[in-house]
Every structure is written in C-alpha cells, then in structure tokens.
Design a protein around this ligand. Structure first.
Ligand SMILES: Nc1ncnc2c1ncn2[C@@H]1O[C@H](COP(=O)(O)OP(=O)(O)OP(=O)(O)O)[C@@H](O)[C@H]1O
Ligand SMILES: [Mg+2]
Length: 855
C-alpha cells in the first residue's frame, strides 16, 4: 500500500495559515494534483479524516437514549424504590414496576426513533452537493464525502464545502458574512498571500461561506471539524431556534412540572402526617409524579412534526427544519420573488430594439458580447442571450470586466479588437439610461441624449414593460488603447444603444395557489429586483389580489419605523436589493406577522434566512436552498397551499395532545390531592398508577394520524397560552368534579373495600381519560367530525386492554378484584355523564382564537 503524505494533525490543521504558502507547496504537502484525487485515494482519506461534517451529529444511539431515559430522575427514583420493595420481599411489585417502566420507555423511544430516521432520510435527499474532480472527471458528490486534497469546482451561488486554497479563478466573489459579519462580497484571486489573518486571505475560501460571483477552483486543505470556521458556520446554520409554539409548549410543560412537584410534596406530607413514613406512600408519590409529568410532550411534538414532514414529502415538499411546519401553519404573509416562482423561469431572448424602437441586431450583438465575456455571476438572462449565436465573439479579446452585483444591477466588460477598445455595459435599463449622456442611432451616429430623447426612450421601455417584457439596457463607450482595466467610475457618460427584450411566461398555477392562500388567510407580497411595469403586468396577468407598489429607491429613504408601516400596506416591491428584501421581511415580522419568504437566487438568501419560514425550490441556487427551511421539489406552487394546510393540521393535532394532557393532568392532580386528604388509604397502588399511565400513553399514539376539521385549517394559528390555560381550568375542574363524585359514590353509595375502590377508580379514570379525546379533538359536535381510524383503533384498543386487565382474573397480579355488576353500571353511568358534560362545556373551554389582524 502506497504511503500517502498527508498533514499530520487529524483534527485541527497543522497548517494554521495555509494561504501563505504557494499553491504548489500546498499541493505537495497534501499529496494532491490539480486534476484531483482518485476514488481509491479519497476513500482512504475519508477513513482517516472522517466525513466532512462540521458539527458531529448529536444524535445518540438507541442504547444511549434508552439508558438516558432510565436515568431521568423520576424514572431512576421509581426504579430504586421498586428495587427497595423487591429487597424487602415484595418482589412482585418490583417486577411489575420494572416491566411497566421498560415498556413505556421503549414505547416512546421507538416512535421517536422511527420518526427521526424517516426525516433524516428526507433531509439527506436535499443535502448540499459539490462538484469535485475525481479520477480525472468532475463529479457531483455529497459535501460530506469531500477530503483534504480534493479539488472542488465552485460557481456563483455555490456553498464553499470546506477550507481550501484557490488554484484557479474567474472573478470569484465570496460572501463571508457568516464568518466576518461583512455583508459585502470580497474578491478572491490566486495567492500566495502574506497576511496571517484569515480575513486577509484573498486566495483562500472557507467552509460555510458562499461564492456569489464568478468561478473558482479550490484545493481542499481542511474538512469537517478541522475547518477554521466550519464549526461556527455549521452551528449557525443548524441552530434550531425554538418557535413561539415550541416555547409555549415548553413553558406549559414547566408549569405542569412545578405543579406536580407541589402536589407530590403535598401528598407525601399528608400521608406522613396520617400514616407515618411508609415505602408504599413514597412509591405512590413517585408513581404519581411519573404519571403527571408531561414527559411525553417533546416526543409527541417530534413524532407529530415528523409525520407532518413525511406527509409533505409525499407532496414533494422537503422540510429541513421540522419546526418550520408550525411556522408554515402560522404564516400570515408570504413574500415571494418573481422569476421562477410566479414565472416559469423559461427565459427567452425576444429580440432587441434601438433608441427609435425598431428591431436592432447591433444591440443584440453588444448584449451577447457582454454576456459572453462577463466573468461574474451569470443569470438566466445571460443564458438566454448566449443561447443565440454571436458572430463576432472570436474577433474580440477580453481585457477586463466589472462583474454584476445586485445593488448596481449591471455589469461592464472591456474588450479589444484590432485598434478598437470598447467598454460594453448592460443592466437595469432605467438606471443605465441615467448614466448615459449620448445615444447611438440605428445608423450608427452618436447624438446627444437630450431631455425629449430620454423621455421617448423611457416611454418605449415602459410600454414594453407593460406588455410583460423584461428588458436589459445596453450602453457602450470607446476607451483609450492603453487602458487595461476599468473601474466603477468608468460607468458614466456612456452612449445608450438600446435594450434587449426577454420573455418569461407566467406560471399559471400561481393564480390558483395565491387564491387558495388568500382564502386561508395568507397574504402574498411580491418582492422583485425587476422593474415596476413588468411586475405590474405579471400581477395583472395572474390576477393576483395585490395592492400598492413601492420601489427600492423609496425604501432606501425610509427609516425602519416608516418601513414597518409601509410594508404592511403595500403588496408589490420592485427594484429592491438583496438587503432590502431582508429589511422588508424584518419589518413585517416586527409588526407581529409570521412571514414566509420564497425565493431561489443568491439575492434571496438573506431574506430567506430572515423569514420565520424560508422557502426555496429544487432548482434554486445552493445558497438559497441552504438558507431555506423548506424546499419545494415540484415546480407547481400548489404544494405550498397544501403545506400550509399540513402545518395547521400538525398544529391542531399537537393541540389535541396538549389539551388532553393538561386537562387530565390537572384534573388528576386535584383529585389525588383531594383523595389523599379524605381517603383513609391511597386511591391507587403505585403499580396501578404506572399501568394507567402506560395504557393512556398508548391510547394517544394515534393522534398524529388524525385529520383536522376544516375550521382548524381555515386561519393561521399561533400558540395562545391564555386559551390553553382556560381550557385546562375548565376541563380539569370538570374531570375533578366527576372524580370526586366517583369517590363519594364508591365510598358512601357502595361502601366498597380498598381493592374494589381501586379497581373501580382505575376503570373510571382510564375510561374518561381515553374517551374524552373523541370530544375534544373537534370544536364541532363530536358526532359531526369523524376521527381517523388509527386513532379510533389505538384509543379503543387501549381501553379494551385496560378493561381486560382490570376486570378479568389477570388483574389480580396488580391488585385488582372482580367488580359487582352494580358498581360497573354506576361507573359506566358516571363516565357517560362526564363525556356528555365535556361535550356541553367544550365550547366554553375552547375560546375561538382571535383572528390575526391581516396586513
Ligand atoms: N446578467 C445580468 N446582466 C445585467 N443586468 C442584470 C443581469 N441579471 C440581472 N440584471 C438586472 O438586475 C435586476 C435584478 O436581477 P433579478 O431580476 O435577478 O432580481 P430578482 O430580485 O431575483 O428578481 P425576480 O423577482 O425577477 O426574481 C434585473 O431586473 C436586471 O435589470
Ligand atoms: Mg430572482
């Protein structure tokens, strides 16, 4: 086996400032070649350096997860208490506790694990890939497979997959904001570089940054955890900030936890005072705490969201950040860019016109030369231009160019032919026109660009725009022969030649989608870099219900406060820069809206990042897809409206758990406190409480499958703590009243003994807890909304198991006794009465959510 020369240190590179060495030296140290590694070499290196993943996954193995759950304080105490009872001879309790605990812990875990696996597979399907030279060819590989020594080809819009040194470049511009905070792109060129600081390293690219212009070939020096900034970058990208909804659920969980703590202490104290210290009452208190803690909520949220993600995947929507599903359901404003989302992005060059409005080959020729020689970011407009043949490309030689950027909205090239030296600029026509002082006529004469001519050209452009034709202005200037470079000051005093025209058919599915969204309470706003007439025409063609328009120029003059009020009123934003896109999103968010942003370009990435829910499309640039939380695989926008419905359905189902959990927990707490005060014995043995908890958990497995009522899907929904508290108080009190009635009935009415009491109480408690789901899962009368068969099966199945355990000789193991028919009949009566009261009271408990104020 050939020994490979590779850097010694596996983790943090022993090449602290690799960019200070000449690239040949770096190639040699890495045992690499400009044409790339072979697959065999790469495989060896992968084994040695590990996958190129900046932050090792925190996902634990199944066994570790299991152990971690068993060592959670409550479960641990329970197991110890169980062991003590085993030690003093009550081995039966010990065995039962052990079985129940193991069973319920595995039940949660298996569900969670299954869901996570499925979602991980989905995420991998949209993972970032990179073009790598291997075996003398360029192949697309998952970023994780990249190793030191690899040669990676990068284009504008790509993410830089690892740290490396540039060995080839064409006007590469990198955005390193994620590392340096500097929003403006920095130029990258060949080295070596003297500066020791990475900020000086003009010849290096760093993992986590992105290429926003030009092209670069990079030799990978460090991967994964060894990258200079990779770890930071990845943690920024991967950070899942909890949504308002998750925070709400968490706050609620904490509140229940504290109440449970109080209650358990209270029960322990009353037992202590009444009966002195006993293992039994201690076990009872612990079992109670286990039963009452909302330990299932996190698992429930994961499982419900994962199921939501899987269902969305069926509709060709991949969810990268699970909690984005909530945001999608809560979203009340969707911002979208134009090309590729509202249009087909099948851009075709549809001729050109000169200053008199007549068809002009000259303009087309100049535009094509510009597209051909421009080295920066290429847009679909360039592709459309160079798709046609340009006769004179061969004659010209590239001298210099000023790449495109989204703030100038133009690019210039300097080319030479014989003794000609020409600068050609193309870009957003109205701003290009303002840089011109002369114009070229169809006959080739240069005339002054006076006010009437200027007005005529503007009229011409607006007329084309109103027909939905996109335009790029073309201007030129002859330069002195000794000029070998151009800079921004040269973009002045130009000669206007005309405009190239483009067509991009509107996406007809957008009309229906926007209508569906509007019906669902989501307002759509278009945020485009294009000109006002084009956007206006598109909006009219698609019959979008949009009002008001504002241009980037005006936005630049607005303070944030003014923008906040303006952004709410206006639906169309034109000629906006990438920074303005994200400013608009932030303004909308700060006025209380939940904002989505759908875009595909480099210029959309900041806004996608700034939104509550960032959306991109399969064909979008890598940076946009990386910034997005959700990626639409199908070009049809209809999936978006489906996604919103799915988000709301998921929300509705989680609310079912929350309601079930809070009302029964709160009710049980009150009842237990009450029982331990007034009963001469414990209302349930500890194993019975655990069994109750287990069966109840099982009954809820079906909830993520459940369908939601049309009412739940109609409006954006957000977490409302007051509504939850209101529900908890009303429904919790109701269940306590019925518990108290059952106590009284059993003790006074039937004068039962301890075992009979516990059996009857167990049956009543589990039946009411399980069956009430059919009442509270819908705001309609329960018979009007049909539950999902899986939910029916798990609920009734769990109830059947509970009844079998309690009412057959099997129950003897956990201390149950057969009940006389009269008691059974009475319990059935109480349960039915409870369900009827719950049905009657639920409208008061579920206060209808206040509709969010619309924009
Ligand atoms: N290759 C190019 N050369 C010169 N100018 C360009 C080029 N690409 C785009 N422009 C100019 O920059 C403007 C903004 O670019 P672009 O249309 O991609 O922005 P956007 O915000 O993504 O718009 P959209 O809503 O259409 O997706 C264009 O309208 C055009 O005037
Ligand atoms: Mg765009």
């Amino acid at each position: 086996m050939r020994h490979e020369r590779v850097p010694r240190d596996d983790r943090r590179g022993d090449q602290p400032s690799f960019w200070t060495s000449p690239s040949d030296d770096v190639l040699r140290t890495l045992g690499a070649r400009p044409e790339g590694l072979t697959s065999a070499e790469a495989e060896k290196r992968l084994a040695r350096y590990g996958a190129n993943i900046a932050v090792a996954s925190t996902r634990r193995s199944l066994v570790l997860k299991f152990v971690r759950r068993l060592t959670e304080p409550l479960i641990a105490i329970l197991l110890i208490a169980g062991a003590i009872s085993g030690a003093i001879g009550d081995w039966q309790s010990f065995a039962i506790i052990l079985v129940i605990v193991l069973f319920s812990v595995s039940l949660d875990m298996v569900q969670e694990q299954k869901a996570e696996f499925a979602v991980d597979a989905l995420k991998r399907s949209v993972a970032v890939r990179a073009s790598v030279r291997r075996d003398g060819r360029t192949v697309e590989l998952p970023v994780a497979d990249i190793v030191p020594g690899d040669v990676v080809e990068l284009h504008a819009g790509d993410l830089v997959p690892a740290d490396g040194i540039i060995i080839g470049t064409r006007a590469a511009l990198a955005n390193e904001a994620i590392l340096t905070g500097e929003p403006y792109p920095v130029e990258k060129r060949l080295g070596p570089c003297d500066g020791l600081s990475p900020a000086d390293a003009f010849n290096a690219l760093f993992g986590g940054t992105s290429l926003v212009g030009g092209e670069a070939v990079m030799l990978v020096v460090a991967t994964g955890g060894a990258t200079r900034f990779g770890a930071i970058a990845a943690s920024i990208q991967e950070m899942e900030t909890p949504t308002a909804f998750e925070q709400g659920v968490h706050a609620l969980g904490m509140m229940i936890l504290r109440l449970t703590g109080f209650l358990v202490l209270f029960v322990l104290l009353t037992q202590l005072v009444k009966h002195g210290l006993s293992l039994e009452s201690f076990l009872f208190a612990v079992a109670l705490a286990v039963g009452l803690t909302p330990e299932l909520l996190p698992m429930v949220i994961t499982v419900t969201l994962s199921r939501g993600a899987l269902r969305m995947a069926d509709r060709k929507v991949v969810v990268k950040r699970l909690s984005a599903i909530h945001d999608l359901g809560a979203m009340d404003i969707l911002c979208t860019d134009k090309t590729g989302t509202l249009t087909e992005a099948k851009i075709a060059h549809a001729g050109s016109f000169g200053i008199n409005g007549a068809e002009s080959n000259r303009v087309t020729e100049l535009a094509r030369l510009n597209s051909h020689f421009a080295s920066g970011m290429r847009s679909a407009l360039d592709d459309a231009l160079v798709a046609g043949t340009c006769v004179s490309v061969q004659d010209w030689r590239h001298v210099d160019d000023l790449p495109f950027d989204f703030n100038r909205r133009r690019c210039s090239i300097l080319i030479a032919r014989g003794n000609e030296h020409e600068m050609i600029t193309k870009g957003a026509p109205e701003s290009l026109l303002s840089l011109c002082s002369q114009a070229e006529t169809a006959e080739g004469a240069i005339v002054p660009l006076d006010a009437p001519l200027r007005a005529k050209i503007i009229d011409l452009m607006e007329a084309k725009g109103r027909e939905g034709i996109r335009l790029l202005g073309v201007a030129r200037q002859s330069m002195a022969m000794d000029r070998d470079h151009i800079d921004l000051t040269d973009e002045a005093d130009l000669i206007f030649v005309g405009c190239a025209a483009f067509l991009d058919p509107p996406k007809l599915s957008a009309t229906k989608t926007v209508a569906r969204l509007a019906e669902a309470g989501v307002r759509v706003k278009v945020i485009s870099g294009d000109a006002a007439p084009v956007v206006q025409h598109l909006v009219e063609t698609l019959k979008l219900p949009a009002r008001g328009m504002i241009a980037g120029e005006e936005i630049a003059a607005l303070g944030q406060a003014a923008l906040i009020s303006k952004a709410k009123e206006v639906d169309l934003f034109v000629r906006v820069s990438p920074e303005q896109k994200s400013r608009i999103v932030q303004a909308l968010r700060s006025s209380g809206h939940t904002v989505g942003f759908l875009g595909d370009g480099i210029n959309d990435a900041p806004a996608i990042h700034a939104a509550d829910v960032g959306l991109s499309v399969e064909g979008g640039t890598e940076v946009a897809r990386e910034a997005a939380d959700i990626i639409l695989l199908a070009p049809d926008l209809g999936v978006l409206a489906d996604g919103v419905a799915e988000g709301r359905r998921t929300y509705a189902n989680i609310m079912k758990y929350v309601r079930m959990g809070t009302s029964s927990n709160f009710g049980n707490m009150l009842s237990m406190a009450f029982a331990s005060l007034f009963l001469p014995f414990l209302p349930l043995a500890s194993v019975q409480i655990l069994l109750n908890n287990l069966i109840y958990d099982f009954s809820e497995i079906g909830i993520p499958f459940d369908s939601a009522d049309a009412e739940d899907l109609a409006r954006p929904k957000t977490w409302d703590m007051n509504a939850v508290l209101r529900f908890t108080l009303i429904m919790g009190l109701l269940s306590s009243v019925f518990d108290a009635a059952t106590f009284a009935l059993l003790r006074i009415g039937f004068n039962v003994n301890v075992s009979e009491f516990r059996t009857a109480w167990f049956v009543e408690s589990i039946a009411t807890q399980i069956l009430v789901i059919f009442i509270i899962r819908t705001a309609q009368p329960f018979w009007a909304s049909r539950p999902h068969p899986v939910l029916v099966a798990t609920s009734l199945g769990a109830l059947a198991v509970a009844l079998v355990v309690a009412l057959t000789p099997l129950g003897g193991i956990v201390g149950f006794v057969p009940l006389p028919a009269s008691i059974l009949a009475a319990i059935t009566g109480v349960t039915l009465l409870y369900l009827a009261s719950a049905e009657a009271l639920k409208h008061a408990a579920v206060s209808p959510q206040r509709p969010k104020k619309s924009a």
